[in-house]
Design a protein around this ligand. Structure first.
Ligand SMILES: NC(=O)c1ccc[n+]([C@@H]2O[C@H](COP(=O)([O-])OP(=O)(O)OC[C@H]3O[C@@H](n4cnc5c(N)ncnc54)[C@H](O)[C@@H]3O)[C@@H](O)[C@H]2O)c1
Length: 256
């Protein structure tokens, strides 16, 4: 598939990994629809990318009707969608039995709802739209990329909800790719290690430094552009499908 003149939908595109991906798609001559809860930040990102080729919608990825409407409107504006990057996510820590008591079910469910159910909600809406796309020479109609985390494999203390949500994304990748294969739609997941984004900024500097030191090589946090570059290379290679790719400098998270 050719990224030039194609249309990418990027959830969580107002910040971090999603914003870096939006920028790469624009650099390659594509058009970008950002879906993000943070209206102001999304609008500021679009301002930087250029309003001719990008647009943002303030929408919650867990809103089924809202996402269906947004995907239809996005297609109306920029044409058929060839790429979905599911980057919206939250990371609320909490131990099962913590200092404030037992983890409330609503707190666990909130993380699952945004990270896992929200990703699936957008995936299905975009797949429904992509099935009508023209094919490339290989019969490919589009690519859906989800964002898991290395915490989906080795979650740390306090990550029970986050790791469950990311493990769910890893689990849905192969069956989603198998379901959508007959329509020429690929599904791939990236599992990042520790990346320098506003989500990471929430941690104290010494914690960030020790996380970076725990990465064998390169011994630093990942750059959002490195995530975006992997995503674009997946787009360029039709043979990559149904797989979760770790992007982590060989880090394996310890228990805490
Ligand atoms: N930064 C890391 O080290 C790291 C590591 C592994 C995985 N990830 C995952 O990568 C993804 C992107 O993370 P990031 O570091 O860029 O975070 P970020 O906080 O910079 O960006 C996340 C974006 O998602 C948006 N968002 C949150 N909830 C939403 C909702 N319900 N509906 C729509 N938009 C919503 C936020 O407004 C924000 O703009 C997340 O899924 C995160 O779990 C990040």
């Amino acid at each position: 598939m050719e990224l030039k003149n194609s249309h990418a939908v990027i959830t969580g595109g107002a910040s971090g990994l999603g914003a870096a991906t939006a920028s790469k798609v624009i650099d390659r001559g594509g058009k970008v629809t950002i879906i993000d809860l943070d209206e102001q930040r999304a609008a500021a990102t679009v301002e930087k990318l250029g309003t001719n080729n990008s647009h943002s919608w303030a929408m919650d990825v867990t809103d089924e009707e809202g996402i269906n409407r947004t995907i239809e409107a996005a297609k109306e504006q920029f044409g058929e969608i060839s790429l979905l990057a599911n980057c919206a996510g939250i990371g609320s820590p909490g131990r099962i039995i913590g200092k404030k008591g037992v983890l409330a079910l609503k707190d666990y469910a909130k993380v699952i709802s945004v990270n896992l159910i929200g990703s699936f909600n957008v995936l299905k809406a975009v797949a429904a739209s992509m099935q009508n796309n023209d094919t490339d020479d290989d019969g490919c109609r589009g690519l859906i990329v989800n964002t898991a985390s290395v915490a989906g494999y080795e979650g740390q203390v306090g990550q029970v909800a986050y790791s469950s949500s990311k493990g769910g994304i890893i689990g849905l990748t192969l069956p989603a790719a198998r379901d959508l294969a007959q329509y020429g739609i690929r599904v791939v997941t990236i599992a990042p290690g520790l990346f320098d984004t506003p989500m990471m900024d929430g941690l104290p500097a010494d914690v960030q430094e020790s996380l970076a030191k725990g990465t064998p090589f390169p011994q630093r946090l990942g750059k959002a552009t490195e995530y975006a570059e992997l995503l674009i290379s997946i787009f360029d290679n039709n043979m990559i499908n149904g797989e979760t790719i770790r992007l982590d400098g060989a880090v394996r998270l310890a228990s805490r």
